[in-house]
Design a binder for this molecule. Structure first.
Ligand code: HEM
Length: 167
């Protein structure tokens, strides 16, 4: 077991579960949103801190995973496409989640239509989790094995050429 891989997986899955769970819960709860201004404000403050911590962890562990996997493995073309779509969706989720938990004028405009934007953000984060899981189970070949296979093939070709030359 590779301890770095495990720590990076924890550092990715835990904030992914927290952020997606929190957004889906708020989306489900939106109709019974708390009218008590004070309670709303204190839960907004707490949730906005959680959103920032999750976004930071997802970005750092995501970039580290991207580097580790791109350097270590030969990946199918679709993996790179999924990763690009996933990263673009992730920045959308980070932006919308921060607006839904923010207190700027723009944030207040978004919060006026909370139901719609919670639905959009929750569906985007569900899509990201599905994409991430497809990437996780995608077939990949360690570059070390790939290099080995290539050099063996090269050796075989060069020895055949030698045999051919020496008749
Ligand atoms: C809202 C943001 C995000 C969520 C909810 C999320 C969620 C996930 C999930 C659930 C997985 C599968 C993990 C597993 O089964 O081990 C995953 C994999 C992955 N994520 Fe994210 N992610 C997010 C953002 C990012 C970002 C910003 C990056 C890159 C900068 C990234 C890069 C990756 C990579 C490379 C994998 C695949 C790991 C592998 O192939 O082993 N993710 N993500």
């Amino acid at each position: 077991m590779d301890p770095l891989e495990l720590v990076l997986r924890w550092a990715h899955i835990l904030p992914a579960a927290t952020l997606s769970g929190g957004l889906i819960y708020q989306w489900i709860q939106v109709t019974s949103w708390d009218d008590d201004e004070e309670r709303q404000e204190s839960s907004r403050k707490r949730w906005s801190k959680i959103v920032m911590i999750c976004a930071l962890l997802l970005l750092v562990s995501g970039l580290a995973n991207t580097a580790r996997i791109s350097i270590g493995f030969v990946l199918p073309m679709y993996y790179h496409i999924l990763l690009l779509v996933k990263i673009l969706l992730a920045f959308g989720v980070f932006y919308l989640s921060s607006l839904l938990a923010g207190r700027s004028e723009t944030a207040k405009k978004f919060q006026a239509d909370r139901g719609k934007w919670l639905k959009v953000t929750a569906l985007m984060v569900i899509a990201i989790v599905l994409l991430g899981s497809v990437m996780k189970v995608s077939v990949r070949q360690p570059k070390s094995e790939n290099d080995e296979a290539t050099s063996q093939a090269d050796d075989a070709t060069s020895s055949q050429t030698m045999i051919g030359r020496n008749g």
